[in-house]
Ligand binder design. Structure first.
Ligand SMILES: *Cc1c(COP(=O)(O)O)cnc(C)c1O
Length: 423
């Protein structure tokens, strides 16, 4: 039987859309030949990518397993239940919702569940290492809600819990966020829980950056301290771009309702499937080894930078990321990040706590080890990378493009020896 309407021939991407295909090939090359030190990025496995590109992208399934607003859910329900059960197993939680489209909408769902506009939220200020969605003023979470922000101590670069407590008791937030995007130290969930209890606030642990470390046993878990966990799935957890909300039973129903129908329509089932895959990977012994190595690598990288007189916020790291104050090096974050990019080392410029410069042109540089560790790199390679970072920054100060090109060649050589997974 012939197709009645062969309007668009069903061909492969390279034949159908050579322009886009060429861009994807170049991006794959870039990811292969350069070293990503952006702490929120990673390389997913072939299996995760396969699930992401699967037929589940064709299916609508508003609602939750067993309670859908569309038919044809026989298999989708099983996929989502698999993801939910694996999340509960990996993180040891009562409840998991795997439908949030990404970390920001996941956090917004928490507001929708527990706050009314104008209610008070407290979180870490963005320039101190927090996230936009923890009440920063340019985010709707800082506009529609009354937001109170804490930071880190200027001396130690760490959270001062006495300060947080004073602020919390004065401002009485309903919701208290801990976690962030540029915090190089372990989060003391117990200390936050104590404060939340004193003011009767709901504590949310936003573990977007460190979920993989927690799953792999390389960072303490917030479970038992924070009743609500929010996480992305695409950072250290090494899954697809997506998010999860996890909680104790008491908060389960409100969170589910806030995600759907409160905030979202149909879940991205192909993402749900890939989340299930990454959670399965996270239960393997190899993933525990990975999480430990991520931290070990960051610590070696930090030591090497300290030896070269780099000023690290909080003096080092105990997770996957390092925040560098470049002031004493006489270069600003953007210049350093551009020079590193030319050298094949991808980082991002970042504000540092109490940054005297503007957010779009800050004093700091943020680097991390999740992606290079996924390529199988260890301590020896971190020492080499630290040397290249320093060389590139010194070259940038001299304006030596030739030196940057030379470093780029050496970096490409190193990258070749450690093929990226999934490519
Ligand atoms: C990355 C991140 C988010 C937001 O995730 P998106 O998927 O980019 O929306 C939220 N909170 C924290 C702490 C993050 O690091």
């Amino acid at each position: 039987m012939a197709n009645h309407f062969p309007l668009i021939p069903d061909t492969t991407l390279d034949e159908k859309d050579p322009d886009l295909f060429a861009l994807l090939c170049k991006e794959e090359e870039r990811q292969r030949d350069k070293l990503p030190l952006i702490p929120s990025e990673n390389y997913v496995s072939k299996a995760v990518r396969e699930a992401t590109g699967s037929v589940l992208t064709n299916k609508y399934s508003e609602g939750y397993p067993g309670k859908r607003y569309y038919e044809g859910q026989q298999l989708i329900d099983q996929v989502e239940e698999l993801a939910i059960n694996r999340a509960k197993g990996v993180f040891g939680v009562d409840h998991a919702n795997v439908q949030p489209y990404s970390g920001s909408p996941a956090n917004l769902a928490i507001y929708a569940a527990f706050l009314n506009p104008g209610d008070t939220v407290m979180g870490m200020a963005l320039p101190m290492g927090g996230h936009l969605t923890h009440g920063w003023n340019v985010s709707v979470t800082g506009g529609w809600f009354r937001s109170v922000q804490y930071g880190v101590s200027k001396q130690t670069g760490r959270i001062d819990f006495d300060e947080v407590r004073v602020l919390a008791k004065r401002e009485r937030p309903k919701l208290l966020f801990c976690g962030g995007t540029a915090i190089p130290r372990q989060i003391d969930f117990a200390a936050f829980a104590e404060i939340a209890k004193e003011i009767d606030a709901i504590l949310v642990a936003d573990i977007a950056h460190i979920a993989g470390l927690i799953a792999g046993g390389a960072h303490p878990s917030p479970v038992g301290h924070a009743p609500i966990l929010s996480t992305t799935t695409h950072k250290t957890l090494r899954g697809p771009r997506g998010a999860m909300l996890m909680s104790t039973q008491a908060y389960a129903q409100s969170l589910d309702k806030a995600v759907f129908p409160g905030l979202q329509g149909g879940p991205h089932n192909h993402t749900t499937a890939a989340i299930a895959v990454c959670l399965h990977e996270a239960t393997q012994p190899a993933f525990r080894a990975y999480a430990r190595q991520v931290v070990k690598n960051a610590q070696v990288l930090a030591e090497e930078l300290l030896d070269r007189d780099y000023d690290l916020i909080s003096g080092g790291t105990d997770n996957h990321l390092i925040l560098i104050d470049l002031t004493n090096k006489g270069i600003i974050g953007k210049q350093a990040a551009r020079a590193l990019d030319k050298s094949g080392i991808i980082s991002n410029y970042n504000t540092i706590p109490y940054d005297p410069r503007k957010p779009f042109n800050p004093s700091g540089l943020r680097i991390g080890t999740p992606a290079v560790t996924s390529r199988g790199m260890g301590e020896a390679e971190m020492r080499v990378i630290a040397r290249y970072i320093d060389k590139a920054i010194e070259a940038a100060k001299r304006g030596s493009e030739m030196e940057l090109d030379r470093i780029a060649m050496a970096v490409a050589d190193l990258a070749k020896q450690f093929p990226a997974p999934g490519l």
